[in-house]
Write a new protein. Structure first.
Length: 673
């Protein structure tokens, strides 16, 4: 008996449809999804796209962007598709879209599948739909419903509600969140992490050790004396320096005290004067008229809180006493300087004792450990959320990245953010823009007529966009500042202000009338120039005549009388006009005579031939350019890696821009009606 040779799996048979001037793969079955990794990358419509500027749910895009670089690349798409195929019994469900996923559609023949199935049942229980046979995106949209604060959720963050059964511990959580900062729990509530707990515990231990090293004696007495000395230390040192200078040369006393003439009207600058009168004896009176009145209260406090308790009662302080007083308080100052710089330093000493006595750090660490014990359950719920969002939105992404079928079949791709209404036009190809100048530089190669502008709406951040005009004519879009209305995919309307135009052909109809418009514009310009020149000549001649008349009056000369009309001078002019009219009349007569010699049915053909002769070159050039329009540069300017030349033909352009038309069956009535 011979062993049968292993069979080689048959390659997937792809189907393609030609749209936009390129063959694009058709994706509509589970087999297409499972074989997507084998599809030649060169056949993808785009190999990467940004996460911004798409109408796909941002949470879905965040899950697809595995490396968080703001771009969704082909390997990330394939990874998501592979995971979906592994987790669904029928991967073809992704093409159905929708928010609901039957529980029976989940594969539960491996560990990950069983975790997802258990997570689905737990989600339904948390949202109050226990026993339901399907889970929906709405069930997982609100994390607060999935992860209520009183329940562990596996993220290692402990909010106060998680330990609400221990009121004292809950108060400690609130205190740590306030002083050490809180981390966001999956429930949305702020909580403490193990790192914050460890930091607080280390700070408490350092503070307790610092308190244990405090100098002996009454802390209040130490602190009052220290504060009293520090309040006047600089001024006292200054006073004794002045006294030593006065002892060196008594003639310096006058210079060391402010002159009466320098006393300002306000008097407040006297606070900068010495504490007391300067004498050669190095003593400082603590009371009496020799003390600067503005420092009398501070010196009285020094005498009461520092001098009397440390040196004994006295009304005068010598320099030696001052040095002894400061030396005696230096241990307290050194101890204060060693105080740990930590948020817990603001806590009362009783709180520090409670922390140590009650083992708060250990209790909080135990709460963190209990919360982390539910990590697998929480991760299963997160994975279920990812599955529901990807299953709903992955098909949309594939139809905008592997191919552009959403764009060509529905004219509603994920990169189209809304509709612009302007000048009786409805422009559906609208994309967001970050840098208008940079975007326009690249997008100009698309061959599309582009309108750049700013959108504003009360209470919203202004946004820039570009709209492609693919039907109708140019109208007067060259006028910056024109307004329109932009309606986004959520149905909100924004005020659109035109800022910039990138000119390209719009339609064959526009090209047909372009020569006549140019001729009409040229004639109009010539008429305006002629009228302006004649107007300036008349004004100049009138001004000259007025000036000459005024000069004649000033000199006492009679003004010149109007000259009589001399027909002989204008005979040549009349003859020239007559010849011109005669030539025009002869030409018209010859044209009419020629047309009269034709059969009646030949006359329209001749007129049509003449019009085609005039408009034909313009129409031909426009048609060639319109056939080359493509959205590639437009998307590339937004950060896409477009892999195909997706053209916007003449017929498809009319689907992207609609021109106003009266409804069928309507009638036009007079204004009086």
């Amino acid at each position: 008996m011979t062993n049968a040779a292993p069979t080689t799996p048959r390659p997937h048979r792809w189907r393609f449809v030609r749209v936009g001037g390129v063959d694009q793969p058709v994706l509509d079955s589970a087999a297409d999804l499972q074989a997507l990794a084998a599809l030649d990358p060169k056949l993808w419509g785009a190999l990467a796209c940004p996460t911004q500027g798409l109408t796909i749910d941002p949470r879905t895009l965040a899950w697809l962007d595995a490396d968080g670089d703001g771009r969704i690349r082909r390997p990330e798409v394939l990874q998501a598709v592979s995971w979906l195929c592994a987790r669904l019994r029928d991967p073809g469900l992704v093409w159905d879209g929708g928010d609901r996923l039957p529980l029976a559609a989940l594969r539960d023949d491996d560990d990950e599948g069983r975790v997802l199935a258990a997570a689905a049942r737990l989600v339904l229980q948390r949202v109050g739909r226990a026993g339901a046979d399907a889970v929906a995106v709405a069930d997982v949209a609100d994390s607060a419903r999935l992860f209520p604060p009183p329940y562990p959720n596996g993220d290692g963050v402990v909010p106060a509600d998680l330990v609400a059964d221990q009121p004292t511990l809950a108060l400690w959580v609130q205190r740590l969140v306030q002083d050490y900062g809180g981390a966001a729990d999956r429930s949305g509530q702020p909580g403490v992490t193990e790192a914050a707990i460890n930091q607080a515990d280390a700070d408490v231990q350092a503070l307790r050790a610092w308190l244990a090293a405090r100098p002996s004696g009454d802390p209040g007495s130490w602190q009052r004396a220290w504060d009293a000395v520090q309040a006047v230390a600089t001024k006292v040192d200054d006073h004794f320096v002045r006294c030593r200078l006065a002892a060196f040369d008594p003639r310096l006393v006058a210079a060391l005290e402010p002159a009466v003439a320098t006393v300002p009207e306000s008097g407040w600058e006297a606070a900068d004067w010495p504490l007391a009168r300067v004498t050669p004896e190095a003593t400082l009176p603590l009371e009496g008229t020799a003390v600067n009145p503005l420092w009398a209260e501070a010196l009285a406090t020094l005498q009461r809180d520092a001098v009397a308790p440390r040196l004994g009662a006295r009304a005068v302080l010598s320099e030696a006493d001052w040095r002894a007083l400061r030396a005696g308080l230096q241990p307290w100052g050194d101890w204060l300087a060693q105080r740990p710089d930590a948020p817990a330093a603001a806590w009362e000493a009783a709180w520090l004792d409670d922390w140590q006595r009650d083992g708060v750090a250990d209790q909080l660490r135990a709460a963190v450990a209990r919360d982390r014990g539910f990590a697998a359950e929480a991760e299963g719920m997160e994975a279920l959320s990812r599955l529901l969002y990807l299953r709903r939105d992955i098909a949309t992404l594939l139809r905008n990245m592997v191919n552009f079928l959403d764009f060509y079949t529905h004219a509603q791709a994920a990169f189209q953010i809304g509709t612009l209404y302007i000048d009786q036009r409805e422009c559906r190809l609208c994309l967001p823009v970050r840098d208008t100048a940079a975007h326009a530089q690249l997008a100009a190669y698309s061959g599309l007529y582009l309108l750049y502008g700013q959108c504003e709406r009360a209470g919203e951040t202004p946004q820039a966009l570009v709209a492609a005009l693919t039907a109708g004519d140019t109208s007067d879009f060259m006028v910056p500042g024109r307004h329109g209305v932009f309606v986004d995919r959520q149905g909100r309307d924004w005020l659109f202000t035109l800022q910039r135009v990138v000119e390209n052909p719009i339609s064959v109809r526009e090209a047909f009338w372009r020569p006549y418009k140019r001729i009409a514009r040229m004639i109009g310009d010539q008429i305006r120039k002629f009228a302006a020149a004649r107007d300036q000549a008349v004004e100049a001649r009138a001004a000259q005549q007025v000036s000459q008349g005024a000069a004649a009056v000033e000199q006492g000369k009679p003004t010149a009388t109007a000259q009589a009309f001399d027909i002989a001078k204008f005979a040549g002019v009349f003859a020239a006009i007559g010849l011109a009219l005669g030539a025009i009349g002869t030409a018209l007569a010859a044209l009419v005579a020629g047309l009269m010699q034709l059969a009646w049915w030949q006359v329209p053909l001749v007129v049509l031939g003449v019009m085609l002769l005039i408009s034909g070159p313009s129409m031909l050039l426009a048609a060639l350019k319109l056939r080359q329009r493509n959205i590639g540069p437009l998307l590339d300017a937004n950060g896409w890696a477009v892999n195909a030349r997706a053209r916007v033909g003449i017929a498809f352009g009319t689907r992207l821009t609609s021109v106003a038309q009266r409804p069928s069956g309507s009638q036009r009535v007079s204004a009086a009606a």
